[in-house]
Design a protein around this ligand. Structure first.
Ligand code: PEP
Ligand code: MG
Length: 571
């Protein structure tokens, strides 16, 4: 049995076999071959192995996941037996006397780029099929294994170096019991998604992919950040008991689903949920969310190869607004960039993507994208209680420009006779220290603030939120952060506006007492954290937490703050 310590990213305990989701090394060099017939034979052997492997996967997929999921493998099998692809490869080996890997790659690349350039969805999909099949055949030529996460059909724990948000979205909840990654922090988007999907996860273990092999038995403890490899039967038993206790605790919290969130001394705050797609609404409702405090619309734009249309967006926004039945829904306009890429926008690679051309910066420049989203939002506004907010606002000018564009689109819709809601609150995310410091000025113009601590902490502490090596600097309880949060809340209240928080800090057990004391009006968090937060707030006195917050603001370190919170909340 061995043990790794990482960062607890999504609570719960998972026990299952390891499934390594590691990109295989498919590198090779071009070689001249003496015996071309022998090389063709090697290629045909790799084709045959790929074919029988795909047939087996197809059969398993059909049985476990249904015919529609299996259809993709029919397409792959067709590619494998397509003479228009296979013959040129064999000819190349024979005439140019190159190794099979080289002949395969050159020929496949030529077809892929030809199909990709066609203005036809079907052909673009064929390009993707050829790419996948090439990878598989190449892996057999090189003798390495390829993996396909969407095809997992037994209970597993995913072991990966990192998972992108779109990898995470594709995980099949039924079979993926948990995951653990080498890199990442609590606020990387894969961790955030794991929480909304209720998959226990530990990130930032540094060495999971080195130390865990396929088939090893693994325990992922998303409560403490521990990962156990090949645990003893006693350890498994003890974790099963802990898991049962955690489930019992959740059942207790579930009794609060229809309660208001009122502190012990009668102060009401709003507990809202962060969502990424309309599908997450079920979780919001089941967990007693009083609002949607952050709808991360960028997931509508990801995992596809072109921008979503106005109509598609309208349908998604309308579904969320209707689903919330008049409760507030704060939709954030496109926040692409950082760890959320859109390959089809073909943006140049940047040295510092988190400090680069992203979010509102991109939207103000690529106005077609922005205007399409705003129109869809405005049209959807008549179906519920919509509030809009702009991400990554650094200057008042950015807010004013965004607001002016929104007004223009509203005017246009009105002249087209399209109905929009009379009043749509317009706010900003406070993720950049300049905006927190200047909150008093912003508060005169915005309708609300939503503090995005995931980024605010990384920018204030100059510590990448994804980098586990500097995670010790990523300090939500540092008095510097608390002071910025206070500036924002006070500035809002002075102008009669409200202040919320949609960074992960809003759902953090240690931060909640402080935020309550600082006067935060709305706490927006992963839906699965809501009931626990409610049960905590019901027991806290706002007056006492005000005193605690006052003291914390005068402290020098995060450690002192944590100790003070413990002391003030232990009764
Ligand atoms: C934040 O920065 O706190 C936030 C909520 O936005 P995201 O996590 O999507 O960057
Ligand atoms: Mg952010």
């Amino acid at each position: 049995m061995s043990f790794l310590q990482g960062i607890a990213a999504s609570s719960g305990i998972a026990i299952a076999k390891a499934y390594r989701l590691v990109e295989p090394d498919l590198s090779f060099s071009k070689k001249t071959v003496e015996d071309a017939d022998n090389e063709v034979g090697r290629f045909q052997q790799a084709l045959a192995t790929s074919k029988s492997e795909l047939e087996a996967i197809r059969e398993k997929a059909e049985k476990d996941l249904g015919a529609d999921k299996a259809a993709i493998f029919d397409a792959h099998l067709l590619v494998l037996s397509d003479p228009e692809l296979i013959s040129p490869i064999e000819d190349k080996i024979k005439t140019e006397k190159v190794n099979a890997e080289q002949a395969l790659k050159e020929t496949a690349d030529m077809f892929v780029s030809m199909f990709e350039q066609m203005d036809n969805e079907y052909m673009k999909e064929r390009a993707a099929d050829i790419r996948d099949v090439t990878k598989r055949v190449l892996s057999h030529l090189l003798g390495v294994q390829v993996v396909n996460p969407s095809m997992i059909a037994e209970e597993v724990i995913i072991i990966a170096e990192d998972l992108t948000p779109s990898d995470t979205a594709q995980l099949n909840r039924q079979f993926v019991k948990g995951f653990t990654t080498d890199i990442g922090g609590r606020t990387s988007h894969s961790a955030i998604m794991a929480r909304s999907m209720e998959i226990p996860a530990v990130v930032g273990t540094k060495t999971a992919t080195e130390e865990i092999q396929n088939g090893d038995m693994v325990i992922v403890d998303g409560l403490t950040g521990q990962v156990h490899v090949n645990p003893t039967p006693e350890a498994i038993e003890s974790y099963k008991e802990q898991n049962a206790a955690f489930e019992a605790q959740k059942a207790e919290w579930a009794k609060l689903v229809n309660e208001k969130t009122v502190s012990a001394d009668g102060h009401h705050v709003e507990l809202a949920a962060n969502i990424g797609t309309p599908k997450d609404l079920k979780g919001v409702i089941n967990n007693g969310g009083e609002a949607v405090g952050l709808y991360r619309t960028e997931f509508l734009y990801m995992g596809r190869d072109q921008l979503p249309t106005e109509e598609e967006q309208f349908e998604a926004y309308k579904a969320v607004l209707e689903g919330m039945e008049g409760k507030p829904v704060v939709v954030r306009t496109l926040d692409i960039g950082g760890d959320k890429e859109l390959p089809y926008l073909n943006l140049p690679k940047e040295m510092n993507p988190f400090l680069g051309f992203r979010a509102i910066r991109l939207c103000l420049e690529e106005q077609d994208i922005f205007r399409t989203q705003l129109r869809a939002l405005l049209r959807a506004s008549s179906y519920g209680n919509l509030k809009i907010m702009f991400p990554m606002i650094a200057t008042l000018d950015e807010f004013r420009q965004g607001k002016a564009i929104l007004e223009e689109e509203k005017q246009k819709l009105s002249s087209e006779g399209v109905k929009t809601a009379d009043k749509i609150e317009l706010g900003i995310m406070v993720e950049i220290p300049s905006t927190a410091v200047l909150a008093d000025q912003f508060a005169k113009e915005v309708d609300f603030f939503s503090i995005g601590t995931n980024d605010l902490i990384q920018y204030t502490m100059a510590a990448d939120r994804m980098n586990e090596r500097v995670s010790y600097l990523y300090q939500p309880y540092n008095p510097a952060i608390l002071r910025l949060v206070k500036m924002v809340i006070d500035a809002a209240h002075k102008e009669g506006k409200w202040a919320g928080m949609c960074g992960e800090m809003a759902g953090d057990e240690t931060a909640i007492p402080l935020l309550l004391g600082l006067g935060l009006d709305e706490f927006s968090m992963s839906a699965t954290s809501i009931l626990k937060a409610r049960s905590q707030i019901l027991r806290l006195s706002t007056e006492e937490m005000k005193e605690l917050a006052e003291k914390a603001l005068q402290m020098g370190t995060a450690e002192e703050v944590v100790a003070a919170v413990k002391q003030a909340t232990q009764k």
